[in-house]
Design a protein around this ligand. Structure first.
Ligand SMILES: Nc1nc2c(c(=O)[nH]1)N=C([C@H](O)[C@H](O)COP(=O)(O)OP(=O)(O)OP(=O)(O)O)CN2
Ligand code: ZN
Length: 123
């Protein structure tokens, strides 16, 4: 079994409704995102999936979040745009895009800072 990861980032504003502190006020982060896929079969040039394709599809998903107020995004109308929910949103958008390549998305990790990250992992 092989596992690949690629990274990208996006910048956005958010606030956490009902948060007991400063994060209840609008503020921004440069979120760093890492995704991991796995699969068994290498293709005819001996790669699982081209990093370029992985990065392209991740970017498509992140472009929808980049430079947005995430609290105004349809995905976060009834739930907070926490790192946890952002990771799950990216996972759910990205997983179907990668299926045709024969790889499985297994983890999306979203970091608000170098010291604070949340992952959504395949059950
Ligand atoms: N589990 C989570 N906890 C928090 C989240 C989150 O998404 N998931 N988000 C926040 C806020 O977004 C806040 O902006 C981040 O707070 P904090 O980590 O305290 O950020 P600081 O810049 O103050 O970092 P320090 O390391 O404390 O300097 C809060 N919690
Ligand atoms: Zn925040």
């Amino acid at each position: 079994m092989f596992e690949l990861t690629v990274k990208d980032e996006f910048a956005a504003a958010h606030y956490l409704r009902d948060y007991p502190g400063a994060c209840e006020r609008l503020h921004g982060h440069n979120w760093k995102v890492e995704i991991a896929v796995r699969g068994e079969k290498l293709n005819e040039i001996d790669v699982l999936i081209d990093f370029k394709d992985l990065k392209k599809h991740l970017k498509e998903v992140l472009d929808e979040l980049d430079h947005q107020n995430l609290n105004e995004h349809p995905a976060f109308q009834d739930k907070n745009p926490s790192s946890e929910n952002i990771a799950r949103y990216i996972f759910e958008k990205l997983a179907p895009k990668l299926k045709p390549y024969g790889v499985e998305l297994i983890r999306v990790t979203v970091c608000e800072t170098e010291r604070a990250c949340a992952s959504f992992v395949k059950a």
